[in-house]
Design a protein around this ligand. Structure first.
Ligand code: PRP
Ligand code: URA
Length: 206
């Protein structure tokens, strides 16, 4: 499925601050919140609606409400930075957590924690992870989400690499990706170029 790029000017504005090596943790968190809000609004365009009636103080009129439950699954740690802004966009959402960490030598991710809510087949699940590098973490996460019964999953990231997109699409051709940017390539250590470095370290000041 084609990757959807969010080209909003605010994405480019916040992304430039996130990339800047001089940006400290406080500003990094603020911009992570800002960029996630914009990307999530774009991702939420796919949500379906039920048409309902609503009574204003003056008369009855037609309205709409989200027809499915929304579940956010941030990939720990870095995905946590996207959770609050995402829940701010859709406050009635549920949350599942998955902890995945890449081995520094091999860049292969392994799972150290998972806690999922009930995922009915009608739920819309948004996986939150700012960096899609090799795509391994995202692919493993979606595998677990599908194993819990979810049928509608979308991968939401801030920066992606072409190699990661290709690997993820091969593993999950039915899962759309929405990204703020597709960067040039991965380096030998499987970091995204030009990227922004290690998102988790910059977010959590470690
Ligand atoms: C980072 C990032 C993604 C993953 C992407 O996590 O937050 O989860 O790498 O890389 P991939 O596409 O090659 O799998 P990391 O393993 O550094 O853990 P952290 O968020 O706890 O720092
Ligand atoms: N994880 C990060 O935080 N940054 C990268 O460039 C790749 C994986």
């Amino acid at each position: 499925m084609a990757t959807d790029l969010c080209t909003h000017p605010l994405v480019q504005h916040y992304l430039t601050i996130l990339r800047d090596r001089r940006t400290g943790a406080a500003e990094f968190r603020r911009c992570c919140k800002g960029i996630t809000e914009v990307i999530m609004v774009e991702a939420a365009k796919q949500l379906s609606l039920d048409f309902v009636e609503v009574e204003t103080p003056l008369e009855l009129t037609s309205g709409a409400q989200l027809s499915t439950g929304v579940v956010f699954v941030p990939i720990l740690r870095a995905g946590l930075g996207m959770l609050d802004p995402a829940m701010g966009i859709i406050p009635g959402s549920s949350v599942g957590y998955i902890g995945l960490e890449r081995d520094e030598a091999t860049a292969v991710a392994s799972c150290y924690y998972a806690k999922m809510p009930d995922l009915s087949t009608s739920s819309q699940v948004f996986v939150l992870d700012p960096m899609l590098a090799t795509g391994g973490s995202a692919a493993q996460c979606v595998e677990q989400i599908k194993a819990h019964g979810a049928k509608h999953v979308t991968m939401v990231c801030i920066i992606s690499a072409p190699e990661g997109i290709a690997a993820f699409e091969a593993a999950h051709p039915d899962v759309p990706i929405i990204a703020g940017k597709i960067d040039r390539a991965l380096n030998d250590q499987k970091y995204i170029l030009p990227g922004l470095g290690d998102f988790g370290d910059r977010l959590f000041n470690t």
